[in-house]
Design a protein around this ligand. Structure first.
Ligand code: HEM
Length: 180
Protein backbone atom coordinates (compact mmCIF):
# COMPACT_ATOMS: atom_id res chain seq x y z
CA UNK A 1 0.00 0.00 0.00
CA UNK A 2 1.47 3.38 -1.03
CA UNK A 3 1.63 6.04 1.67
CA UNK A 4 0.67 9.70 1.24
CA UNK A 5 3.70 11.67 -0.08
CA UNK A 6 5.45 14.13 2.25
CA UNK A 7 3.87 17.52 2.93
CA UNK A 8 6.81 19.31 1.29
CA UNK A 9 6.43 17.32 -1.94
CA UNK A 10 2.69 17.98 -1.99
CA UNK A 11 3.31 21.71 -1.51
CA UNK A 12 6.06 21.78 -4.10
CA UNK A 13 3.79 20.24 -6.74
CA UNK A 14 1.13 22.88 -5.99
CA UNK A 15 3.69 25.69 -6.29
CA UNK A 16 4.52 24.41 -9.81
CA UNK A 17 0.82 24.47 -10.73
CA UNK A 18 0.56 28.09 -9.58
CA UNK A 19 3.84 29.12 -11.31
CA UNK A 20 2.60 27.50 -14.55
CA UNK A 21 -0.65 29.44 -14.36
CA UNK A 22 1.37 32.67 -14.08
CA UNK A 23 3.59 31.56 -16.97
CA UNK A 24 0.58 30.90 -19.22
CA UNK A 25 -0.76 34.32 -18.26
CA UNK A 26 2.62 35.86 -19.20
CA UNK A 27 2.61 33.96 -22.54
CA UNK A 28 -0.91 35.22 -23.24
CA UNK A 29 0.31 38.79 -22.65
CA UNK A 30 3.09 38.26 -25.21
CA UNK A 31 0.52 37.03 -27.73
CA UNK A 32 -2.16 39.62 -26.91
CA UNK A 33 0.25 42.57 -27.23
CA UNK A 34 1.81 40.92 -30.32
CA UNK A 35 5.30 41.44 -28.90
CA UNK A 36 6.69 37.95 -29.64
CA UNK A 37 9.53 39.42 -31.70
CA UNK A 38 10.56 42.25 -29.40
CA UNK A 39 13.52 40.10 -28.39
CA UNK A 40 14.80 38.92 -31.78
CA UNK A 41 17.39 36.36 -30.64
CA UNK A 42 17.27 33.12 -28.66
CA UNK A 43 18.61 31.60 -26.36
CA UNK A 44 20.39 34.94 -25.82
CA UNK A 45 18.56 38.25 -25.23
CA UNK A 46 20.04 41.01 -27.42
CA UNK A 47 23.31 39.09 -27.26
CA UNK A 48 23.29 38.85 -23.44
CA UNK A 49 23.12 35.59 -21.53
CA UNK A 50 19.47 35.83 -20.51
CA UNK A 51 20.03 36.46 -16.79
CA UNK A 52 22.69 39.09 -17.52
CA UNK A 53 20.27 41.25 -19.55
CA UNK A 54 20.07 44.68 -17.79
CA UNK A 55 16.85 45.20 -15.80
CA UNK A 56 16.82 48.86 -16.84
CA UNK A 57 16.30 47.74 -20.46
CA UNK A 58 13.24 45.61 -19.64
CA UNK A 59 10.84 48.09 -21.24
CA UNK A 60 7.85 47.89 -23.62
CA UNK A 61 7.47 44.57 -25.44
CA UNK A 62 10.83 43.38 -24.09
CA UNK A 63 9.34 43.41 -20.59
CA UNK A 64 6.65 40.89 -21.63
CA UNK A 65 8.79 38.72 -23.93
CA UNK A 66 11.89 38.58 -21.73
CA UNK A 67 9.76 38.27 -18.57
CA UNK A 68 7.97 35.31 -20.18
CA UNK A 69 11.30 33.63 -20.92
CA UNK A 70 12.56 34.16 -17.35
CA UNK A 71 9.37 32.76 -15.86
CA UNK A 72 9.56 29.79 -18.28
CA UNK A 73 13.14 29.09 -17.12
CA UNK A 74 12.00 29.15 -13.49
CA UNK A 75 9.15 26.70 -14.19
CA UNK A 76 11.59 24.50 -16.16
CA UNK A 77 14.00 24.41 -13.19
CA UNK A 78 11.16 23.61 -10.76
CA UNK A 79 9.97 20.81 -13.07
CA UNK A 80 13.49 19.34 -13.16
CA UNK A 81 13.55 19.31 -9.35
CA UNK A 82 10.10 17.73 -9.23
CA UNK A 83 11.13 14.96 -11.65
CA UNK A 84 14.25 14.21 -9.55
CA UNK A 85 12.24 14.35 -6.31
CA UNK A 86 9.60 11.95 -7.68
CA UNK A 87 12.34 9.73 -9.08
CA UNK A 88 13.85 9.29 -5.60
CA UNK A 89 10.83 9.44 -3.29
CA UNK A 90 7.73 8.31 -5.19
CA UNK A 91 6.94 4.61 -5.10
CA UNK A 92 4.27 4.58 -7.86
CA UNK A 93 5.90 4.08 -11.25
CA UNK A 94 3.01 5.82 -13.03
CA UNK A 95 3.54 9.02 -11.02
CA UNK A 96 7.31 8.94 -11.64
CA UNK A 97 6.50 8.61 -15.33
CA UNK A 98 4.19 11.66 -15.16
CA UNK A 99 7.10 13.62 -13.65
CA UNK A 100 9.50 12.57 -16.41
CA UNK A 101 6.87 13.34 -19.08
CA UNK A 102 6.37 16.83 -17.60
CA UNK A 103 10.13 17.40 -17.79
CA UNK A 104 10.32 16.32 -21.44
CA UNK A 105 7.27 18.44 -22.30
CA UNK A 106 8.67 21.62 -20.74
CA UNK A 107 11.99 21.13 -22.59
CA UNK A 108 10.15 20.67 -25.91
CA UNK A 109 8.00 23.72 -25.05
CA UNK A 110 11.06 25.86 -24.34
CA UNK A 111 12.68 24.84 -27.64
CA UNK A 112 9.43 25.57 -29.54
CA UNK A 113 9.30 29.01 -27.88
CA UNK A 114 12.84 29.67 -29.11
CA UNK A 115 12.13 28.34 -32.61
CA UNK A 116 9.00 30.45 -33.02
CA UNK A 117 11.16 33.53 -32.34
CA UNK A 118 14.00 32.47 -34.64
CA UNK A 119 11.60 31.69 -37.52
CA UNK A 120 9.44 34.84 -37.01
CA UNK A 121 6.39 33.23 -35.37
CA UNK A 122 5.32 30.59 -37.93
CA UNK A 123 1.70 29.58 -37.27
CA UNK A 124 2.40 25.86 -36.79
CA UNK A 125 5.11 26.38 -34.16
CA UNK A 126 3.12 29.05 -32.31
CA UNK A 127 0.07 26.76 -32.40
CA UNK A 128 2.04 23.83 -30.94
CA UNK A 129 3.52 26.19 -28.34
CA UNK A 130 0.01 27.25 -27.30
CA UNK A 131 -1.34 23.68 -27.13
CA UNK A 132 1.64 22.23 -25.25
CA UNK A 133 1.38 25.06 -22.70
CA UNK A 134 -2.15 23.95 -21.72
CA UNK A 135 -1.20 20.26 -21.90
CA UNK A 136 1.73 20.87 -19.53
CA UNK A 137 -0.58 22.76 -17.19
CA UNK A 138 -3.01 19.82 -17.11
CA UNK A 139 -0.14 17.43 -16.48
CA UNK A 140 1.20 19.33 -13.46
CA UNK A 141 -2.34 19.55 -12.06
CA UNK A 142 -2.63 15.77 -12.49
CA UNK A 143 0.71 15.25 -10.71
CA UNK A 144 -0.34 17.52 -7.84
CA UNK A 145 -3.64 15.63 -7.59
CA UNK A 146 -2.01 12.17 -7.52
CA UNK A 147 0.21 13.45 -4.67
CA UNK A 148 -2.68 15.00 -2.70
CA UNK A 149 -4.36 13.56 0.40
CA UNK A 150 -7.65 13.70 -1.45
CA UNK A 151 -6.37 11.22 -4.03
CA UNK A 152 -5.65 8.68 -1.30
CA UNK A 153 -8.97 9.22 0.46
CA UNK A 154 -11.13 8.57 -2.58
CA UNK A 155 -12.12 5.12 -3.79
CA UNK A 156 -10.83 4.53 -7.26
CA UNK A 157 -13.42 2.04 -8.43
CA UNK A 158 -14.29 2.47 -12.07
CA UNK A 159 -17.33 4.68 -12.04
CA UNK A 160 -20.16 4.00 -14.50
CA UNK A 161 -19.97 7.65 -15.56
CA UNK A 162 -16.25 7.53 -16.27
CA UNK A 163 -16.59 7.01 -20.04
CA UNK A 164 -18.92 10.03 -20.32
CA UNK A 165 -16.40 12.08 -18.32
CA UNK A 166 -13.62 10.87 -20.60
CA UNK A 167 -15.62 11.93 -23.69
CA UNK A 168 -16.12 15.40 -22.20
CA UNK A 169 -12.40 15.64 -21.43
CA UNK A 170 -11.47 14.70 -25.01
CA UNK A 171 -14.04 17.18 -26.40
CA UNK A 172 -12.63 20.01 -24.25
CA UNK A 173 -9.08 19.14 -25.31
CA UNK A 174 -10.09 19.20 -29.00
CA UNK A 175 -11.76 22.55 -28.41
CA UNK A 176 -8.50 23.83 -26.93
CA UNK A 177 -6.60 22.80 -30.10
CA UNK A 178 -9.19 24.49 -32.36
CA UNK A 179 -8.96 27.58 -30.13
CA UNK A 180 -5.17 27.68 -30.59
C1 HEM B 1 8.63 26.53 -21.24
C2 HEM B 1 7.45 26.93 -20.87
C3 HEM B 1 6.58 27.88 -21.65
C4 HEM B 1 5.23 27.96 -21.58
C5 HEM B 1 4.31 27.12 -20.68
C6 HEM B 1 4.81 28.99 -22.50
C7 HEM B 1 3.50 29.38 -22.70
C8 HEM B 1 3.08 30.28 -23.64
C9 HEM B 1 1.70 30.65 -23.88
C10 HEM B 1 0.47 30.10 -23.16
C11 HEM B 1 1.69 31.55 -24.90
C12 HEM B 1 0.46 32.23 -25.50
C13 HEM B 1 -0.03 31.42 -26.68
C14 HEM B 1 -1.25 32.04 -27.31
O1 HEM B 1 -1.98 32.80 -26.66
O2 HEM B 1 -1.49 31.74 -28.50
C15 HEM B 1 3.07 31.77 -25.29
C16 HEM B 1 3.48 32.62 -26.29
C17 HEM B 1 4.79 32.82 -26.67
N1 HEM B 1 5.90 32.26 -26.09
FE1 HEM B 1 5.92 30.90 -24.59
N2 HEM B 1 5.92 29.50 -23.13
C18 HEM B 1 7.03 28.85 -22.64
C19 HEM B 1 8.35 29.09 -23.00
C20 HEM B 1 8.78 30.00 -23.92
C21 HEM B 1 10.15 30.26 -24.25
C22 HEM B 1 11.39 29.60 -23.60
C23 HEM B 1 10.16 31.17 -25.22
C24 HEM B 1 11.45 31.67 -25.81
C25 HEM B 1 11.62 32.53 -26.62
C26 HEM B 1 8.77 31.52 -25.53
C27 HEM B 1 8.32 32.42 -26.49
C28 HEM B 1 7.01 32.73 -26.76
C29 HEM B 1 6.58 33.63 -27.82
C30 HEM B 1 7.46 34.38 -28.79
C31 HEM B 1 5.18 33.67 -27.75
C32 HEM B 1 4.25 34.47 -28.68
C33 HEM B 1 3.89 33.59 -29.86
C34 HEM B 1 3.12 34.31 -30.92
O3 HEM B 1 2.98 35.55 -30.84
O4 HEM B 1 2.68 33.63 -31.88
N3 HEM B 1 7.96 30.78 -24.71
N4 HEM B 1 3.88 31.00 -24.51
Amino acid sequence: MTSVPSKSLRWFSKIIVFATLLLIFAGALVKSFEVGLSVPDWPTTYGYQMFAFPWADMVGGIFYEHGHRMLATLVGALTLLLAIWLGYKESRKSVKLLGYTALILIIVQGVLGGLTVIYFLPTLISLLHGVIAQTFFLLVILIAYTLSKDFFLRHHDKDKNSSILMMFTIAVYLQLIFGA
